[in-house]
Design a protein around this ligand. Structure first.
Ligand code: BTN
Length: 329
């Protein structure tokens, strides 16, 4: 009902729509319409209401509501309609929320978005700072028909989707991908991705891709320890605010297109795009993983998305997990 009212008001633009007309069209009472208008105002919509003329939508908040995201999407698998998008004002972690939905049978393409996370999680057990309204925190659910050994390209796909999505909204910015799936702007991290998987030996039950982007986050909103290594789209955009809805929708749209391509053509196109946008290959790197630190030159991705590093004596070694530190850092 709420979604329908938003659509009706947007369609009328500056022409007021009477409460009676809305009530008639939706088959509800005028009091119900009035209550929904109050709820929309509480959510940040500015609605002018005059008893004689009716309602006009004057301003739409930059919040990740299903109706706002859906209006910008024409996707086939990821959020094909607004019922797939679950918006929360505050959660512990969108990945956690989606995980319990997935365990209860939520369909592929389900998306959880939040304005704020209280326990945002990063890779390798780290936290992800998730202040209210500053970032985009979203998780999406895939149920790919593959064994877990073949899942790595899907984590790279998330980085490619975020990279292309951000470039589509802000063509003047050129984020690059640091293996496996961090996005950097000017050498600083603007987006991180945490992919989690539930699988048996030969089948993935589901994969959750959790994407966090610093959109309008100020440096002061980030922990001290990150202030020299992180940035936000706003800071890189000459301190001009960026639409979180536009960024989230663009990422979902590109995720959908890339995932459809992946299902039809396999991992090769994803890997090719990753190579196109990466800022890792050809550089001197140190890979930190459970077995220690390994230094070399990042040479390529193998067909499964592992980073192939050339050591001092020319030997090539693939890494399928770990953290890259650039030689100059
Ligand atoms: C990293 O770079 O360490 C990954 C950060 C991933 C953060 C996102 S925000 C949405 C989703 N929910 C979480 O708790 N984490 C991911």
């Amino acid at each position: 009902m709420r979604e329908e009212i938003i659509k009706m008001l947007k369609k009328e633009g500056t022409v007021p729509l009477s409460g009676e007309a809305i009530a008639r069209k939706l088959g509800v009472s005028r009091t119900t319409v009035w209550k929904i208008m109050r709820a929309l105002e509480a959510d940040g919509y500015t609605i002018e209401g005059s008893p004689r003329r009716g309602y006009r939508m004057l301003q739409i908040p930059d919040r990740l509501f299903p109706s706002e995201l859906d209006a910008k999407l024409s996707s086939r698998i990821i959020a094909p309609d607004p019922t797939y998008i679950h918006h929360h004002h505050c959660v512990d972690s969108t990945n956690n929320v989606l995980k319990s939905m997935a365990d209860q049978g939520a369909p592929e393409g389900t998306v959880v978005v939040a304005e704020k996370q209280e326990k945002g999680r990063g890779r390798l057990g780290r936290n992800w700072s998730s202040p209210a309204g500053g970032g985009v925190y979203l998780s999406l659910l895939l149920r790919p028909p593959i064994p877990p050994q073949h899942a790595s390209p899907l984590t790279l796909l998330a980085a490619v989707a975020a990279c292309i999505g951000i470039r589509a909204v802000l063509p003047q910015l050129s984020p690059g991908i640091k293996w496996p799936n961090d996005l950097l702007l000017g050498g600083r991290k603007v987006c991180g991705i945490l992919c989690e998987i539930k699988a048996e030996m030969d089948l993935v039950h589901y994969l959750i891709a959790g994407i966090g982007i610093n959109v309008n986050t100020g440096l002061e909103d980030l922990p001290h320890t990150l202030q020299s290594s992180a940035t936000s789209l706003k800071l890189e955009n000459g301190d001009r605010a960026v639409s979180r809805v536009a960024v989230a929708a663009a990422i979902l749209q590109h995720y959908d297109e890339l995932y459809c391509e992946y299902l039809e053509a396999g991992a090769a196109p994803v890997l090719a795009r990753w190579r196109e946008y990466n800022v890792t290959l050809g550089r001197s790197v140190k890979i930190q993983n459970q077995s220690g630190l390994y230094a070399g030159i990042a040479r390529d991705l193998d067909s499964n998305g592992a980073l192939v590093v050339e050591g001092d004596s020319g030997e090539l070694r693939p890494f399928s997990a770990g953290e890259v530190v650039f030689g100059t850092q």
